[in-house]
Design a protein around this ligand. Structure first.
Ligand SMILES: Nc1nc2c(ncn2[C@@H]2O[C@H](COP(=O)(O)OP(=O)(O)O)[C@@H](O)[C@H]2O)c(=O)[nH]1
Ligand SMILES: [Mg+2]
Length: 209
């Protein structure tokens, strides 16, 4: 499968989000969970900046991806949440920008999938549960992807699959970038998302009316 990818733009706020373009698939998750690494592995090119030091991405980065014989889409690298060292204000800032992204994309129907990445070693972290519930509340089409599968033993993997199914009430895609595992499954999921029309936007909540 031939894949072409190009960086589109970085946005520090909603005014920087692209106004038009193909449907979007967004990677969301804690800092350091492997969002950028997974984007690079999917497109087989180093387009997204990865870092061993968490808490670096404070921008929403958009990449245009076209795989041979498949519809074009934007792959979106969101700022990580749940990282404390940046302090209270950084946590709020991450939350605000990611929140603004989903609010904008769900209401316009541009988002066909929110891929929530969770660390295979730590299923059910409070920040991940909170994000998962929040995605449901705003009506985002959500899917769980467990990263860093290579860090688990075989027995731990079986337990992880059961735990994720209980916590998220949905099947998870399990990936390891160094082992090249799960990438085909993820491409299959993305292809399915692109064929599905996005769900209608949710009713505005009483608070936002
Ligand atoms: N062992 C292992 N390490 C990974 C995997 N994916 C990412 N990492 C490492 O996790 C760290 C954070 O990755 P990064 O993609 O920058 O995370 P982000 O903050 O979510 O974008 C880096 O040191 C990566 O090399 C994986 O599947 N297996
Ligand atoms: Mg990143």
């Amino acid at each position: 499968m031939k894949i072409t990818v190009e960086f589109v733009t970085s946005a520090a706020g909603p005014e920087g989000f692209p106004r038009e373009g193909p449907p979007e698939v967004a990677m969301v998750g804690r800092s350091n969970v492997g969002k950028s690494t997974l984007i690079n592995a999917l497109v087989r090119k180093s387009v997204a900046r990865t870092s061993a030091a968490p808490g670096k991405t404070r921008l929403v980065n958009f990449f245009r991806v076209k795989a041979e014989g498949r519809p074009e889409f934007l792959l979106v690298d969101l700022p990580g949440y749940g990282y404390a060292r940046g302090g209270e204000s950084a946590a709020r800032e991450f939350g605000a920008l990611t929140g603004a992204y989903f609010a904008s994309r769900v209401s316009t129907g541009r988002l066909v999938g929110a891929l929530q990445l969770v660390d295979a070693r730590h299923p059910g972290l409070p920040s991940d549960r909170h994000a998962w519930a929040w995605l449901a509340e705003i009506g985002a089409p959500r899917h769980v992807v467990a990263t860093k599968l290579d860090k688990l033993t075989r027995a731990e993997r079986s337990r992880l699959i059961r735990e994720l199914a209980t916590i998220h009430e949905a099947p998870a895609v399990l990936v390891s970038v160094p082992a090249g595992e799960g990438l085909n499954e993820l491409w299959t999921l993305i292809a399915r998302l692109l064929k599905q029309p996005p769900p209608p936007p949710p009713e505005p909540s009483p608070a936002s009316r």
